[in-house]
Design a protein around this ligand. Structure first.
Ligand code: FES
Length: 352
């Protein structure tokens, strides 16, 4: 179950003009709680101008290093600006234990082949995977396509170049810098993704494809890969924002036939059971639980991050959107509480 702890900021490194990496010191008794799989993220809780803010940032370190996230300053980004400009080493910060499904399957990683497509700060979770794999003396090969405006925007350039070799093949792609190689210039739209793959068709034999960056890039690469016949189950992607292009109605249960809209909802969290009444057209179950003083976990509230994942153990629930849970998880009864509304007279949601 995800929970917050106060951690000390051990180190802040300026990676580029607008990106810092922030490492945390994890006390011995919390080491297990902060163990993570490369690809996962941390949710940070801060109070800025007297208002609580939560943001999730992907982990960029390997399991052998201090747990570290990278934060790119976004225009008018309250939290990303604070973390880039105000945060200091030795500050304390509320950090949630690692979460997320965009993970490297490490036990199967030996002698495997992976392909990553990243743009900008989308390199962060992929960096964690690459570092983790580089610690293994295996024949794993990771082919990376990494797009940025220009070389000075490349996060972790120095570290990536040091790791590059037989096990890590890197293709830097620049949208605003000439390289005398048209293949590596310009945005990764569908035709660019197709050209890049055609230039190294052995990529198509990869065991998994990791895509992380703006939704448009993910959408384009995913459809190019699908046209080459890559199985959907091999394509994993991580969205940092609520999708528009890939938005579709979530797979879920239908409401009970006799349901009149009024439900008694029970939320189980931290071994406690809390009951409240909720209308299907009212707040989400997450918001209603918070109004009833339950400190349920959440981060994005936009169906993207999966922090609010809970299991329906009684009754039925419908979701407004779901970009985080797999079909299998939905089939197994999991829902995103930030998107959930009751669909039967009695509903029990278990966060534990
Ligand atoms: S809080 Fe992110 S999916 Fe619900």
């Amino acid at each position: 179950m995800p929970e917050f702890h106060s951690l000390k900021v051990k180190e802040i490194v300026k990676e580029t003009n607008d990106t810092v990496s922030v490492s945390f010191q994890v006390p011995e008794d919390l080491k297990e709680a902060y163990a993570f799989t490369p690809g996962q993220y941390l949710t940070l809780k801060l109070t800025i101008n007297n208002e609580e803010q939560r943001r999730s940032y992907s982990i960029c370190s390997s399991s052998a290093e201090d747990i570290t996230v990278a934060v790119k300053r976004v225009e008018n980004g309250l939290v990303s600006s604070y973390l880039n400009e105000v945060l200091k080493e030795n500050d304390e910060m509320e950090v949630m234990t690692p979460e997320g499904n965009f993970t490297l399957e490490t036990d199967q990683a030996k002698k495997r082949k992976f392909v990553g497509f990243a743009a900008g700060s989308g390199i962060t979770p992929i960096m964690s995977m690459i570092k983790e794999l580089s610690m293994d003396e295996t024949e794993t090969v990771f082919t990376l396509f990494y797009s940025n405006k220009m070389e000075s925007d490349v996060i972790f350039k120095h570290q990536l170049d040091k790791l590059a070799g037989d096990n890590l093949k890197i293709n830097y792609i620049y949208t605003r810098q000439k390289l005398n190689n048209p293949l590596l210039e310009g945005r990764i739209d569908k035709s660019k993704a197709t050209e890049l793959i055609k230039a190294d068709l052995s990529c198509l034999n990869a065991d998994a494809f990791y895509l992380c960056g703006p939704e448009e890039m993910i959408f384009n690469v995913k459809s190019a890969l699908e046209e080459f016949g890559v199985l959907n189950t091999k394509i994993k992607f991580e969205l940092f924002t609520t999708p528009v292009l890939m938005a579709e109605k979530p797979k879920q249960q239908e409401a009970d036939e006799n349901f009149d809209g009024e439900a008694l909802v029970t939320v189980i969290y931290d071994d406690e059971e809390i009951d409240f009444n909720l209308n299907k057209d009212g707040d989400t179950i997450l918001d209603a639980a918070m109004d009833n003083d339950v400190d349920v976990p959440f981060s994005c509230k936009g169906a993207v991050c999966c922090t609010c994942k809970a299991k329906v153990t009684e009754g039925k629930v419908t979701m407004d959107a779901n970009y985080a849970l797999s079909d299998q998880e939905v089939e197994d009864g999991y829902v995103l509480a930030c998107q959930s509304h009751p669909a039967s007279a009695k509903v029990t949601l278990d966060f534990d």
